[in-house]
Each structure stands twice: as structure tokens, then as C-alpha cells.
Ligand binder design. Structure first.
Ligand code: CA
Length: 460
């Protein structure tokens, strides 16, 4: 059982206050994002068949969030929320966009400000390694949206073995699904690799740290593992002879490859003597998917839905000396709070007409602020028009075009088994009113959704 956060505050504050002046306003910032990893599939949430000792260090030497959420239960919109700190529906990013690189609408709107753009104003050098998925048209790519360095791919997933990467660019793709088989890019250059993709991304992340450790940096490590296609190298498969199910074994191997990469990233921080100057955020972009062998237990549901398994994810912060070590933070928090925390730490100005939904979690982690960071957290799905809102332990789930209402008490019933909507109608009405007010602020989605582009058809 981990300690809870409040009793540690007094002891912690003394050590924090002594060291605060050194690096508090411009720490290096690293987000490690996994893709479709299940809530249960990290050691720090109890996994026994897939050891993740390096990922666990982030939680064990920092804070584990027991109720950490992303803002949408699939990849693209979740990333749009993460990188802007705003509910992505506020700017219409309400679906996975088409991957059509000739489409100038399907991407993160240029007028929105992302982390790299904001941090650039206060001197940060920014890099993204891995999956972008925020628009494939050249006008949406990382290098024109604030990132000084980009190493990876622009689509929503990727094949893992180098011999599968047969297209020079996404513009060359001539069949559906081919967007998973483009060569990697370093900024605008096509690069060749002979490595298993997860290892390649880890190599690049470590190299970025080695090259940039003398200046404040922001590194966004967006692993596409363990998203489909399920492909693992023998080195990692050999670690899991105890898992008979082939899908689960491959998934475990893919997670283990990420874990090795996290270990190398953390080791590089020590090598460069910047361990105590670096805040590392770890989370998955949505819950475990139904098709990759993941587990969200004890949560109900999976990627793509608004039960907990869709968006309640493994979530932890680590910053030695600044974030308390080895404790749980139990109030609900959001991936939107990562941007809020970055903005709070660096005191960078945020545009008044685009206020953040995320908040700075540091005062909560340091015991300076009590109570929940959010009165409400909201989600709304795309075409099915499912939704959810959480306040305290109460969660309202809306199904079937928002006509069916379910109410759960997550404090007693994390698995969402007992619907209380009929017996606690007042609570349900309060949550519904807040949800309707929030959805009234969202913009329509302006772009075609994933899967609508058929590269085999001639362009109009
Ligand atoms: Ca995902």
C-alpha cells in the first residue's frame, strides 16, 4: 500500500524549499506517452505477468495518479488535448482525422497553441520522437507547429520492422493502410533504419537528451507501442515464455521494449547530471484496446468508449526533489493538466482567448492546495454521441445518443457495475446540467474522419 500524499507534506516542504530556487522555473520536461496501453499493464498498477521496472521508477520515485485520465478515448483527439491543455472539442478535434496528406483541414488548427510553441517563448528547445497524428498535410507537421526537432512519422500508427517501411513519404501511399509503412523522417528528410521501431525511437530520445542537456528542453516521446500492428522482436518475445496466449505475449513484449526505452531515458538523465532538473510525465494516450491483448482490469470497457477502461490510464510524474516520492495522488486529474503544470512552472503567458482547461498540479502535489483540482471532468465521443462527466466520485455516463443515463459511484464501484441513476436523480441532474453546459461550448468537427481517404482512388 502506498502512502497518501498529505502527511508527507511537512517533511517534504523543507527539502523542496531548500532546492526550489535552482531549477523550479525551467526544468527540462519529458512526456513519455504510450499508445493503447491498458490501465493494468504496468507494474505500478499491479501487473504481474508484464514486469515494467523502469516505468515503475517514474511512479515509485514520484507520484502515482490513481485516477488519471486522458481527455478522449482514442489516439488523435487525446493527443490534441494533451498537447494544447484544452478540451480538443473546443476547436473541433472530435474524431480521429483522415490521414490524407493532401487535406488542408484535417489537423490541429494552426491558431491553437501547443506546448512546443508556448515553451519556445521562454527559451525551451523542443523535440518530438515518434507518432504525431495531429495532421499529415505539410502545414500541420511538427516542425511548423513549434517543434525544433521531429523524428518519427505523421500517421496514427506504424509498422515496427524496418523491412516493412516501403514508402518514401505518405504522399506516395497508394493503398489503404499504407500510411503505416512509410519511412521515418528526421524533420523533412527521409531516413533509413535497421532497428525495431521502439528501439529506434528510444535511441533517438536518448540522443536528443545527450545533445540538448545544457539548455532547457521539452521532449515528447510518443511511442506507438503497444498499438497495432502487433509486432515484437524475438529479443522481447523471449522474455515471456510464461504467457501462452500469442496476442498477450506479443503485447507484453511490445510493452517490455518500451520499458527498456524508459530505462535508457532515465539513465541518460543521470549520465548528463540533469536527473533533478527534469520533470518526467508518463501516461497512455487512451485505455487498452480490445484488439491488442491489453488489460484494463478492474476497469470496465476499453479504448473507444466512455467507461473507465476507455480513458482512465496509467499516469505518473517524477521529478526528484520537487515531486514527493512514492506516494499516491487520489483526486481525479487529466492529461490536460500536463500543459497546465508546464505553464504554471514556467510562468509563460497563455492567450486570454484560449484559456487552458488543465491546471498546474504542482501546488496540489506539494500540499499547498487542498481539494480536487477539477470540479468536473468531461468527455464526449464522436458519432455515437456517448459522453461522460465526473465530479468527485460521481460519474454520469451517457449512451445511445445521450438518451440513456447511467450514474456510478467510483469510490465504491470503480468497475461501474451498479447504475444509481434511478435512485439518485438529483445527483444525475446536476452532472447532466454541467455536461450540457460544457458541450454547448464545443465546436463542430470540420474534417473527414479516419478511413475516409482511399489512396487507390485518383485525387479530385
Ligand atoms: Ca491510442
Amino acid at each position: 500500500m502506498k502512502r497518501s500524499i498529505l502527511p508527507l507534506f511537512t517533511v517534504f516542504c523543507v527539502s523542496v524549499c531548500l532546492s526550489w530556487a535552482k531549477s523550479a522555473s525551467q526544468p527540462n520536461l519529458i512526456i513519455i506517452l504510450t499508445d493503447d496501453q491498458g490501465y493494468a499493464d504496468v507494474g505500478f498498477n499491479g501487473s504481474t505477468d508484464i514486469p515494467t521496472p523502469h516505468i515503475d521508477r517514474i511512479a515509485n520515485e514520484g507520484v502515482r495518479f490513481t485516477h488519471g485520465y486522458v481527455s478522449f478515448p482514442v489516439c488523435g483527439p487525446s493527443r490534441a488535448g494533451l498537447i494544447t491543455g484544452r478540451y480538443q472539442g473546443r476547436f473541433g478535434y472530435r474524431n480521429n482525422p483522415t490521414l490524407n496528406p493532401f487535406d488542408p483541414v484535417a489537423g490541429l488548427p494552426l491558431e491553437e497553441e501547443n506546448m512546443a510553441e508556448v515553451l519556445g517563448r521562454v527559451g525551451y528547445h523542443s523535440g518530438i520522437v515518434g507518432k504525431w497524428h495531429l495532421g499529415t498535410h505539410p502545414q500541420f507537421r511538427p516542425n511548423v507547429q513549434g517543434f525544433d526537432e521531429f523524428y518519427g512519422f505523421v500517421a496514427g500508427g506504424h509498422r515496427y520492422f524496418p523491412e516493412d517501411l516501403v514508402y518514401q513519404t505518405i504522399e506516395e501511399v497508394d493503398q489503404k493502410g499504407g500510411w503505416y509503412s512509410t519511412k521515418l523522417r528526421r524533420n523533412e528528410e527521409v531516413v533509413e533504419t535497421d532497428e525495431y521501431l521502439t528501439d529506434e525511437l528510444s535511441n533517438e530520445a536518448v540522443d536528443f537528451i545527450a545533445r540538448n542537456h545544457e539548455k532547457p528542453f521539452f521532449l515528447y516521446v510518443a511511442y506507438n507501442a503497444p498499438h497495432t500492428p502487433m509486432q515484437a522482436s524475438q529479443k522481447y518475445l523471449d522474455r515471456f515464455p510464461h504467457i501462452d496466449d500469442k496476442l498477450r505475449r506479443t503485447y507484453a513484449a511490445m510493452v517490455s521494449a518500451v520499458d527498456d526505452g524508459v530505462g535508457r531515458i532515465l539513465a541518460e538523465l543521470e549520465t548528463q547530471n540533469i536527473d533533478e532538473d527534469t520533470l518526467v510525465f508518463f501516461l497512455s494516450d487512451n485505455g487498452g484496446a480490445g484488439n491488442n491483448g491489453s488489460s484494463n482490469l478492474p476497469l470496465r470497457g476499453s479504448k473507444g468508449g466512455v467507461y473507465e477502461g476507455g480513458m482512465h490510464v496509467p499516469f505518473a510524474f517524477r521529478w526528484p526533489g520537487q515531486v514527493p516520492a512514492g506516494v499516491d495522488y487520489e483526486q481525479p486529474v487529466s492529461s490536460l493538466d500536463i500543459m497546465g503544470t508546464m505553464a504554471g512552472l514556467t510562468r509563460v503567458r497563455i492567450a486570454e482567448d484560449r484559456p487552458l482547461d488543465g491546471v498546474n498540479l504542482m501546488p496540489y502535489l506539494q500540499g499547498k492546495e487542498q481539494g480536487p483540482p477539477h470540479e468536473f471532468l468531461f468527455w464526449q465521443m464522436f458519432s455515437a454521441r456517448e459522453g461522460a462527466v465526473r465530479s468527485g466520485d460521481d460519474k454520469l455516463v451517457l449512451q445511445s445518443d445521450e438518451t440513456v443515463t447511467e450514474l456510478y459511484d467510483l469510490g465504491r464501484d470503480l468497475g461501474e457495475t451498479t447504475d444509481l441513476a434511478m435512485t439518485q436523480q438529483k445527483k444525475a441532474a446536476r452532472l447532466r446540467a454541467a455536461y450540457d453546459e460544457w458541450t454547448s461550448q464545443l465546436k463542430p468537427c470540420p474534417y473527414d474522419r479516419l478511413g475516409t481517404w482511399d489512396p487507390a482512388k485518383p485525387r479530385e
